[in-house]
Structures are given as structure tokens and as C-alpha cells.
Design a protein around this ligand. Sequence first.
Ligand SMILES: *Cc1c(COP(=O)(O)O)cnc(C)c1O
Length: 418
Amino acid sequence: MEDEDRCGRRASCMSPSLPVVPVAKPVLGEEEAEAVRRVILSGWVTQGPEVAAFESEFAAFVGTAHACAVSNCTTALHLALMAVGVGAGDEVITVSHSFIATANAIRYCDGVPVFIDIEADGYNIDPSLIERAITSRTKAILCVHQLGMPCDLRPVVEIGKRLSIPVIEDAACATGSEILWDGNWEKIGRSHGDIACFSFHPRKVVTTGDGGMLTTANPEYDRKFRLWRQHGMSVTDAVRHGSRQVIFEDYDELGYNYRMTDLQAAVGRVQLRRLPELIAQRRRLAEQYRERLSTIPGLTLPIEPDWARSNWQSFCVRLPDAVDQRAVMQALLDQGISTRRGVMNIHLEGAYSGQSSHRVATSLKRSVAAQRQTIVLPLYAQMTDLDIVRVVEAVRSSLAEAASLPAAVQHDRDIALV
Ligand SMILES: *Cc1c(COP(=O)(O)O)cnc(C)c1O
């Protein structure tokens, strides 16, 4: 009965009575179900009144003039880059240390992602590397608020202003995160950069199944988003539907179908109302992690600068250099704790092996090291104190176990067992 897994551990050490702790879990309940029911029975199911209401509530929440809902954050990034004029051969400065969609969106515009490294003590863009990556082809800076932690936005925005280069924020993970700006705590998306793009995928803090949002203070950008998300159609469905006169529409520009449905928007509105409580809960849990994990030698905890308030979409810890990431993750899984590798590096993927797919402007050493040494621990609003203790103790024992074997030996054994 005792099957050995790839790391040579016995399957029986995974107690069947303990439920698995997942890495993330959306908070969806009766209210969301009721909201969808209401939309279905209303008969208007896409880009209608629920989308319009979600947009104005989201704009009010982040504190900016315009919010435009789209199908997901990847399509939001595509439209944002189009709006600032990224076209064939144009360069966009960003990080490789991000989810692949960040750079893919640049390539949808036939632009070239230009990768620079992350900061020394976190997982966000190092603003001091931006200027050396700028060329005459630089059309935008695309910074990422990775894992929900605001990046050091102030110097990024200053460089953008000084050199007239638009700044787009990939805020996929940062709904509800805050940054100290001119002495006030402000929400990410309050148009610090020119455009911010959000995701409502189930791995994020609030979800609509899939979904995205663009926020901007610029009415002209907002007008373009609305045109392009609906096939470039000159008249919206709502206007045509409400008109007493026959209206013929035009299609003067190439557009896309990047619409959000009213089913999604209705869920989003409930999620947005829940958000302050969800974030408060996440911040409490992150604090618990911080306290309890600080007693584990060699483990590096995430840093929240004093000008940032993370929504703690993900709690990412860095393992000691000598231990094997995969072995620790496997040992945790054997104890019923699900984890993920930290953030990926886009330039290491096959889709970026082509010469013209990107340009590397600085050493990416920190990015590569971060991918090799970090893991994301479970964090979701329904977690109990007991769950936290269970994860922390499992991390402690897994690290002790992994540290008792040199990484090279672990790796060889791993390979021998494949
Ligand atoms: C999740 C994520 C995206 C993609 O969001 P989708 O809504 O799934 O398209 C883009 N960038 C980052 C940094 C992300 O974490």
C-alpha cells in the first residue's frame, strides 16, 4: 500500500483525515448566485446595465474618472498598449519576472517587450534600471504590481512624465492595494500612471470567473477602450436599444470582442462590496504568517514598504539558497499543503526563444534567482488560525528535512526516480 512518490516519501504519511489546504480559494456565495439569477431573469446578459454599474462603482472605488470593463486583464493590457500607440517594432519596458500575459500583450501590438530586472529585496520592477533601457523606440513603460504588492510607482511615473513616455500599470493582482501618494493612502488604479489594468480571474482577490477592468483619468483613452472592446462599433447596444429612431452603426476602425457579460459584472459588484472585508482578513492572515514564520531560520519573508499596503493576493516566501524548491514543495504537498512556485520569468519560456520576441536590457539575475528560490503559501480569506499554524509547522519541518540533504543529492535522486 505504501507507494513511494518521486521524492521517495511514502504516500501513507499524508494523513487522509486532514483536508488539503489549497493555495487560493475564491469567496463566492449566495449573494453572487442571487446576482446572476437576477441578470438571467432580466433578459439582458452582456455589456448592459450591470456592466455600466460595475464600471461606475469600480471607478468610485479606486477614485478615478473612468473604468471600462473587458473580458480579462490580458485584453485590458492589449487595449491599454494600443491606446498609447504601441505598434510594430515599438519597445515597451517591463519585467520578465511576471505572468506571461504581461509581455504577450505587447506582442499582440507587434511591439517588443524590453526586459529589465527586479529590485533586490522584492519582486517588483527596479525603477533605477528603467532609464538605461530607453531607446528612440521606447513607446511605454509597463510596470507590474506583482502578487498584489504595489511597485515603487513614484520614480516610474516621474521618469514617464519627464521623458513623455506613458506609464501603464499591470494591476492584475492589485485590486484594493494602496500606495502612499502625496501623504494620502490611495488605491492602485487611481490614475497614478496613465492607465491601470485589473484582473478578476479566480486566483485574484476578487473574481468574476474571468474579467478585467481598465481605469484612466483620460476620457480619450476611455472612449477608445469602449470602441475597441465592441468590434469598433460606432453605437453601443444600449444607445441603439433605447433609441426611438432607427440607427445604423459604422465600423471605422479595427476592433475586437473584448466584452464583459452582465452575469460577470453582477458578480463583480457583489465582490467589490465584499472587498474591504476580504482585504482586512487577508492582512490579518499575512500578519499571522509574518509573526509565526519569523521563527524559522533562513526563510525570507516578503517586505511591505512603509509606502505600500498590499491586498496580499499572494504571500511569497524565499527559501534558503541551499535547499531544493521542488523538494520543499513536495514535502509540503505530502502534508496536504498546496503551494506554487513564485513568479515565473517570461524570457525563459519557449514562446520567448525567438530572436525578435523580446530584448533583454539588463542582467536578469535577480529575476532568475527569485523564480528558483520562492514559493507562494496558501492564503485565502476563509483560512483559520489553525490552518495558518498547520502551514507554518509544515514549512518548518519540510525545510528541516530538505536542509538535511544537499540540494544536488535531492536533485539526483529526483531524476533517478522519474
Ligand atoms: C493574472 C495576471 C494577468 C492576466 O490576467 P487575466 O485576467 O487572466 O487575463 C496579467 N498580469 C499579471 C501580473 C497577472 O498576475
